[in-house]
Design a protein around this ligand. Structure first.
Ligand code: ATP
Ligand code: MG
Length: 339
């Protein structure tokens, strides 16, 4: 990994689940890069491996799942001298891994009830990481937690800090979870569907908040979402996943104006475009995601692809091709254009 401002480089990551019925290759060839302080969107239909990929970065995969190969290079340096580590090489429960989790990289989930504890106060949950990873005293950490709660838009933070999660509304819980995730000023915030459970207004407020906090704290964000509108508004780069593989990575404008992979093209045609009113024709992607136990041969998307080359796509598994402009795409149509 070179030092061109890269924060994260995922290389050929594979995470499989070994079940009695067979092997689920949930993540099966994920490659992408993330620049410091930027926002990357991870998109793709349900079941394509977005969450498993994100949890693999922090080794949060439990049996019967396992990372079977690949690297996750992460630059944990605080200054200009790179300090690159491969997160997949850290042992489970090792001090190095624990230092990265919660301090350098934090994660927020779709449903805050799953990640906030019902038996501890909001304050305790926000200060926990600070007390663990920094030299702050309890009083300093509490003051910092009150500031953070104010920062994420929670009114009367001096009182709220003593609340339990059930005493907060859904939107407030989401804000408290964001405050807890930001407590140690992470370099990377992974947000897995952070707003899906919320109403549209609160959703917009939370996304605005994330952008504001990103500028303030200078962190990078990985935003996993089904909502392409949200991606268009908030992300710099987009990674498109299909059946556990990255099929395309591009800057957000490139991806929306000139999608290359037939899957990306189909995905964009299946959602309404802003400003085109209600009359526009939407094209659902034909077919559905195959059963996880029986992956198609060749290109995993060929059965649903409108551009498939008969005789080739069902046999050849395309490689991830880097084009001269730096975009990557995994499709036979582009392999001869490799830079
Ligand atoms: N603990 C598990 N055991 C077995 N299979 C799993 C497990 N967790 C995930 N999978 C499988 O891995 C694949 C990828 O799942 P994942 O949750 O990453 O999808 P996703 O892209 O996040 O979907 P969604 O958009 O619905 O959140 C799916 O086929 C899923 O069934
Ligand atoms: Mg998911």
């Amino acid at each position: 990994m070179d030092s061109h401002g890269l924060l994260l480089q995922v290389k050929d990551l594979r995470t499989h689940f070994f079940l009695r019925e067979g092997t689920v290759r949930a993540v099966d060839g994920v490659d992408f890069t993330l620049t410091r302080r930027s926002t990357i969107g991870i998109v793709g239909e349900s079941g394509c491996g977005k969450s498993v990929m994100a949890y693999s970065i922090l080794q949060l995969i439990t049996k019967p799942g396992r990372i079977v190969s690949g690297n996750v290079f992460f630059d944990r340096s605080d200054n200009d001298t790179p300090d690159i580590v491969d997160l997949t090489s850290f042992k489970e429960n090792s001090p190095q891994l624990r230092a990265v989790r919660g301090k350098d990289i934090s994660l927020i989930f779709q449903e805050p009830m799953n990640s906030l504890s019902p038996v501890h106060t909001i304050g305790d949950q926000i200060t926990e990481g600070m007390l663990l990873h920094t030299k702050m005293t309890k009083a300093e950490a509490t003051k910092e937690a009150i500031d953070l709660l104010r920062e994420v838009g929670i009114p009367k933070p001096e009182e709220r800090i003593n609340n339990y999660t059930f005493q907060l509304s859904g939107g407030m819980r989401q804000r408290a979870m964001i405050a807890a995730a930001l407590a140690c000023s992470p370099k990377l915030l992974i947000a897995d569907e952070p707003t899906t459970a919320l109403d549209v207004t609160t959703q917009a407020q939370i996304l605005d908040l994330l952008k504001k906090l990103q500028e303030h704290f200078g962190m990078a964000i990985m935003l996993i979402t089904h909502d392409l509108g949200v991606v268009a508004e908030t992300c710099d780069e987009v990674v498109v996943m299909y059946l556990g593989e990255v099929v395309e990575q591009a800057a957000v404008d490139q991806l929306f104006h000139d999608p290359l992979h037939p899957y990306t093209q189909a995905l964009l045609k299946s959602v309404p475009k802003l400003g085109y009113g209600r009359k526009q024709k939407l094209d659902p992607i034909r077919g559905s995601i195959p059963d996880p136990f029986s992956r198609p041969t060749g290109c995993p998307f060929h059965e649903r692809c409108e551009k498939r080359i008969v005789g080739k796509c069902e046999v050849i598994h395309p490689k991830l091709t880097t084009l001269p402009d730096g975009r990557t795409v995994r499709c036979l149509l582009y392999e001869d254009q490799e830079s």
